[in-house]
Design a binder for this molecule. Structure first.
Ligand code: FES
Ligand SMILES: [Fe+2]
Length: 437
């Protein structure tokens, strides 16, 4: 349970909000590179409550500028993307991706006025098909070395979808390993979900370890006589999660829960194999679904685009609070425990909950919420320290801090997971899992 003040502090991410200021110490992923064409149509986006447009200029570089023109506020969505800049269609002022005003055609010819006006602009970098923005103060550090964003393209699937709730609600779902066999369980005997090792023991014991990168959240299940089954999920600062592989297709997965604003989240999901191409079967299921239903990723045909004036117009989906996530009470008896059609839909429906920002003064946290408590505590501490003393989280600028894996491994009963799993949890390009999940 949080107090009202703590809930406000941990959820709100706009400029000036403590959590929003903490997040601005990190690179923010927000769009697939393929969405932006050189000299093509600008795209409305919103990051951490800031309304912006993204575009790719004539040099092929991505720009991210204020949606409001700094002259008299015309929408920069309508701007002409030409000759290395965005030209506002209202009075023709033109801006470089670095924010400089480079032309003001309606001003006197010798006017130096434009030298004093800038559009808000954030530097962007791209790596392996993902665009990242730096919204922080000062020169940006190197991009974080997330393994999913470094492995060869054939090893990884990355998908984007919008989830209509606060980023923390979404994130908390993925560090909570106790829900998996219950929410995602089936009422019938079909489907590989019933073969999850996690199903064999619904009452895991939790243990958390604070790390410089975030929190390791270990759950221990007593599946066999002589060993424990350990699953370690990772919370990685500021809003990333990693989930362990399952045995059948042991790919690593996780999310960037990028806050669009306080009430909407861009769920950027990644699945990858560290040491080889993605299993064809997995790729097929991720992109096309399983028997007509959604699997872990949003399928290619799940989108219900909004008008382009909306941020990230093309990533709104057909499963949302407005249509009850297509919940079906009959299905609840015959197929899925939840009656919700597909894996991520089940998560999204529960995470979006009864409100975009759930009132955490009303919750009753239990033993299985240990990881959530540890994660919140860390986030509140870091946001408080940054707000009160300007102290940044340790090693936030170190790109290798983010070389982390989630794991699922069987260990002898007397083994200590922290020491036994240390190597498995460290990512290294090309390195295999090192164990049978
Ligand atoms: S409002 Fe954009 S140039 Fe005037
Ligand atoms: Fe889930």
């Amino acid at each position: 349970m949080l107090t009202y003040e703590q809930n406000e502090m941990i959820t709100r991410v706009g400029p000036g909000a403590p959590m929003g200021e903490l997040f601005r110490n990190y690179w923010i992923p927000f769009l697939p590179s393929a969405d932006l064409e050189r000299d093509g149509e600008p795209m409305r986006v919103r990051l951490l409550c800031e309304d912006l447009v993204a575009f790719r200029d004539s040099e092929g570089r991505v720009g991210l500028v204020d949606h409001a023109c700094p002259h008299r506020g015309a929408p920069m969505l309508f701007a002409r993307n030409e000759d290395c800049g965005l030209r506002c269609v209202y009075h023709g002022w033109k801006f470089h991706r670095d924010g400089r005003t480079v032309d003001t055609p309606a001003e006197p010819e010798r006017s130096r006025f434009k030298d004093n006006v800038k559009i808000k602009a954030y530097p962007c970098q791209e790596r392996n098909g993902v665009v990242w923005a730096w919204m922080g103060k000062g020169a940006p550090p190197p991009l974080p070395n997330f393994e999913w964003n470094m492995v060869p393209a054939e090893n990884v699937v990355v998908t984007f979808r919008i989830q209509e709730c606060n980023w923390l609600q979404a994130l908390e779902g993925e560090i909570d390993s106790a829900h998996a066999p219950l929410l995602h369980g089936r009422a019938d005997s079909e489907g590989f979900i019933n073969q999850w090792r996690a199903v064999a023991d619904l009452r895991p014991t939790f243990d958390c370890l604070r790390q410089d990168f975030g929190v390791s959240i270990a759950s221990r299940r007593a599946n066999e006589v002589d060993s424990y089954y350990w699953r370690v999920n990772q919370f990685v600062l500021p809003f990333f999660t990693c989930v362990p592989p399952q045995s059948k297709f042991p790919e690593l997965s996780g999310h960037a829960w990028m806050p669009i604003d306080d009430e909407n989240t861009m769920a950027i999901m990644f699945s990858y194999r560290p040491d080889g191409p993605m299993y064809e079967k997995s790729r097929e299921v991720f992109l096309n679904g399983h028997k007509g239903r959604q699997a872990a990723h949003a399928t290619h045909d799940v989108y219900a685009p909004k008008t382009r004036m909306e941020p990230f117009a093309k990533y709104w989906t057909k499963f949302n609070p407005g249509n009850t996530y297509q919940f079906n009470y009959e299905d609840q008896k015959s197929t899925y425990n939840s009656g919700l059609p597909g894996l991520w839909v089940q998560d999204a429906a529960c995470q979006s909950g009864v409100a975009a920002i759930y009132d955490r003064t009303k919750e009753n946290l239990a033993t299985s919420d240990t990881g959530i408590v540890a994660t919140r505590r860390l986030l509140l501490e870091l946001a408080g320290q940054y707000k009160d003393k300007g102290v940044k989280p340790p090693r936030a600028d170190d790109p290798d801090l983010y070389m982390v894996r989630a794991i699922s491994v069987r260990l002898p009963k007397d083994a200590r997971w922290q020491s036994e799993c240390k190597d498995f949890m460290r990512a290294e390009l090309g390195k295999g899992l090192g164990y049978e999940p």
